[in-house]
Design a protein around this ligand. Structure first.
Ligand code: ADP
Ligand code: MG
Length: 391
């Protein structure tokens, strides 16, 4: 592994003319489906120009004269800084890469969103340069968080979501690894706009946007999660019915019900659901909380909590009939309080505190099955829970 990281770093330095003079690669900090991220020292920090459309060609950049450099090193104010260099895999389409950079550029002034410093391209390789943000590993700190800690964490996340959503952008991949949080300073930044899109992109009218009255009189359109044809409990493995197309980009376990129901008119509310899943994870002390292999399994997991009655109603919003014969899915489901008590193995003699109950009330507002009733980022910031200890 070590040598492949070394080779990766060598290649990056060689591919981009002038790279070595400007950045000193330190280590690899992330490797995902779409990119590899490195930590580097930005040697000429104070010469930065924040407009990426201007400084897009690293080969045209020349290091400053030596004299300037030595005087800088004597000055205690001017230090180098650390950056995160995101090398986007060449298999990503140019349109997709451009989309990520453009959205980041639009969001550059937003609080709690990691800004884009600049970006470079060399032939088919694109790298994005972001300020390095020190953060903890979610798995290492989430079980230790107190209720006030959780409120501070979420305040930071919802601050980012508020500005992203004000720009009419859906992040689409809200999850712990895309929200970098430092539990010691209690600051966080939202990263990874690789799946983000502007609201309305590829969208077609969905039943859920029609007035409630009209919807009631309309026949449900596509039948998708129906299992009643089976006499055996379960769901069809090879479903031959025509499928509906909808964007389902995101991460397993964090997808909102409307994404699973293939709503064709998805809104920023999908990010709020995912943020709710993060809160559910923290409160239940279980990561990952949902652990499904596919979308149908994900629906089963959600239906187990919410019950078939509410799940059915949620499907109908988008013209889907949800039927199931799975015996573990009850009609009524369970309350979030019950789910959290069970998953943390809390005994009856240790009831939930008022603060915990407040957090759960907030959780229920984030995990509303109906996206139009779900709390918005602005409403969340006004919610009593996120204002704990702020008076
Ligand atoms: P991907 O599309 O591959 O998921 P991300 O933008 O999510 O790429 O980055 C992957 C990982 O790299 C993150 O989970 C984080 O650990 C690290 N990372 C990304 N940006 C930064 C940053 N600005 N500062 C520090 N670490 C970062
Ligand atoms: Mg990511």
């Amino acid at each position: 592994v070590e040598s492949s990281v070394q080779a990766d770093m060598e290649r990056l330095q060689e591919d981009f003319p002038g790279f070595r003079e400007r950045y000193r690669l330190i280590k690899r900090i992330g490797e995902g489906t779409f990119s590899t991220v490195f930590k580097a020292e930005d040697i000429h920090y104070d010469l930065y120009d924040n407009s990426w459309d201007h400084e897009d060609d690293l080969s045209k950049w020349t290091p400053p004269p030596l004299k300037g450099r030595s005087s800088r090193s004597r000055s205690p104010r001017k230090r180098s800084r650390f950056v995160a260099i995101k090398k986007i895999y060449v298999t990503s389409s140019p349109a997709r890469i451009l989309n990520e950079l453009e959205l980041l550029h639009d969001l550059r002034q937003c609080p709690s969103v990691c800004p884009l410093i600049t970006a470079f391209r060399h032939t088919d390789q694109v790298v994005a340069i972001l300020p390095y943000f020190r953060h903890g590993d979610f798995r290492a700190y989430f079980r230790e968080m107190t209720i006030p800690d959780i409120a501070i964490y979420l305040r930071s996340l919802f601050t980012a979501l508020k500005s992203v959503h004000e720009h009419k952008i859906l992040h689409r991949d809200i999850k712990p690894t895309n929200f970098l949080y430092d539990p010691t300073t209690q600051h966080g930044v939202l990263v990874d706009f690789g799946l983000a899109e502007r609201e309305g992109t590829d969208s077609k009218p969905c039943l859920c946007h029609e007035a409630r009255e009209t919807r009631k009189h309309r026949q449900a359109g596509s039948v998708w999660a129906q299992t009643s044809m089976n006499t055996q409990p379960g769901y069809p493995k090879s479903d031959t019915r025509p499928s509906r197309r909808a964007n389902r980009a995101g991460t397993r376990g964090f997808r909102a019900p409307e994404v699973l129901f293939k709503c064709t008119e998805q809104t920023t509310a999908i990010d709020i659901w995912s943020a709710g899943v993060i809160l559910l994870t923290i409160l239940s002390k279980r990561f990952p909380f949902f652990n499904s292999a596919d979308d149908v399994e994900a629906m089963i997991e959600i239906a187990t909590i919410f019950g078939s009655k509410r799940m059915k109603a949620a499907g109908l919003l988008h013209g889907c009939v949800f039927e199931t014969t799975i015996p573990t899915i009850g009609q009524q489901g369970f309350t979030m309080e019950k789910i959290i008590l069970w998953s943390t193995c809390r005994a009856e003699d240790k009831p939930l505190t008022p603060d915990e109950k407040l957090a759960i009330r907030f959780l229920e507002r984030c995990m509303e099955l109906d996206p139009s009733r779900r709390i918005t980022a602005q409403e969340a910031l006004d919610h009593e829970f996120l204002n704990m200890g702020m008076s």
